[in-house]
Design a binder for this molecule. Sequence first.
Ligand code: ADP
Ligand code: MG
Length: 562
Amino acid sequence: MAAMLQPQIILLKEGTDTSQGKAQLVSNINACTAVADVVRTTMGPRGMDKLIHDDKGTVTISNDGATIMKLLDIVHPAAKILVDIAKSQDSEVGDGTTTVVLLAAEFLKEAKPFVEDGVHPQNLIRSYRTACYLAIEKIKELAISIEGKSLEEKKSLLAKCAATTLSSKLIGGEKEFFAQMVVDAVIAIGNDDRLNMIGIKKVPGGNMRDSFLVNGVAFKKTFSYAGFEQQPKKFLNPKILLLNIELELKSEKENAEIRLSDPSQYQSIVDAEWNIIYEKLDKCVQSGAKVVLSRLAIGDLATQYFADRDIFCAGRVAEEDLQRVAAASGGTVQTTVNNIIDEVLGTCEIFEEKQVGNERFNIFSGCPSGRTATIVLRGGADQFIEEAERSLHDAIMIVRRALKNSTVVAGGGAIDMEISRYLRQHARTIAGKSQLFINSYAKALEVIPRQLCDNAGFDATDVLNKLRQKHALPSGEGAPFGVDINTGGIADSFANFVWEPAVVKINAINAATEAACLVLSVDETVKNPKSESAQGEAAASAMGGRGRGAAFRGRGRGMRRR
Ligand code: ADP
Ligand code: MG
């Protein structure tokens, strides 16, 4: 009786939605699996692309896991974790974004039956962490170093890595061509960490093969005034002056007021204006520069002035391009034309204005410091070039990673199969439940070769059996065997040059395990009823009367300024 009278404890506000326990965990796992199903088919050289168009009508065609995940706009709180790991993989290593999502989802899928059977998630998490550690140690052991090779050898090794990345993309048909280009670009910028030193310019039209690499900087011709056509369009070893000032008559722009008592004084005012600009232009000419670039406008007067003196000029050059010209040519951007010394002028072997497709390009090649490179991409549709750019970005990142860490592993699912085998073998030595969990982890790793087969239309069970058999050979000679994407059988991925930097796999396995463990460690989701619609109000009431007053004052101030 007493028990019935006990008052109910109300902890959370009415309307709070909480779900907890096993059911919640299973629902989170299902959500993650659903997300992985979206990108599943994009995996590998025979993967499909996704076309996503948003409410603004922008159409994106992509094969890149991170790009697709970003565009999907996922709202499920647990599934969002997968989006985050895809993004972090993209910024950390640049490739393997589909891999990381698939792995995480597969780890969770393998964990699901255990969770349903009442295994405590913490047990699973502990085993998964151990398995992850073992897997990474094994990858490091299996990785092959390219250190100590000659530059030529290194270049061809790096090109292999780039080609593997590109093989799963839209431009995969021309992978050797682009791989070579990417490697040349990365080698050109040397150890410079700034990714923006490799520029990618897109010019619609033409053929993919018309794309070319400029050992220096190239950018689209900027807006120009009359007189421009009389300027020379090619120089050998010109001096380059970089400016961040306007070279324009400004009288009408400034709202200055001048009172004159005598009409003849008017001329002197006008003259003063002209004198100022002529003086500036004169200084530019005297510096000996043959090419003048400015981030700000170069007006018609200046354009004509330079044309008369056989000097090339371009105004309104994009900040990024100007910085890259500065880095490449060894010049520095000036904010005044006073006292231009020789040291601040840059130079390059050839400056040229050239027609590329429908566009005119200013091209600076053979730059002395050689710390920049520009890839000019050609191709049919806009979406195609966009995707090509994203793919090249992946490849560039991969080559940089490989150059830095200089270890590679066999791709095509070979490394995944090998770790899987190793973990299964290791599991047999463990007593207790952990054995089952590590076995599941090992099984989950097989998702990579299985997906490669599925996407290519091969019989995955058949191929996987062959792979398991090969990898189980006691001599260890089967380790580099992976899916042969051309025949539907198995092949030595290493011999076929399907190479990936080890860091891609290490990062992917690490991030996927972390994400899986994170999802597994959540057993309750609480949705605060205020968290959506009433958020603004809640913030205002939390601040109290003062907050509201401040808001009003803020608005008042804004209006007065207007
Ligand atoms: P991610 O976004 O994870 O990089 P991809 O669609 O680029 O996904 O697919 C990468 C996978 O495809 C890697 O596991 C890689 O080993 C495999 N792969 C790439 N080229 C080949 C090839 N020629 N033969 C077999 N597998 C390949
Ligand atoms: Mg890839």
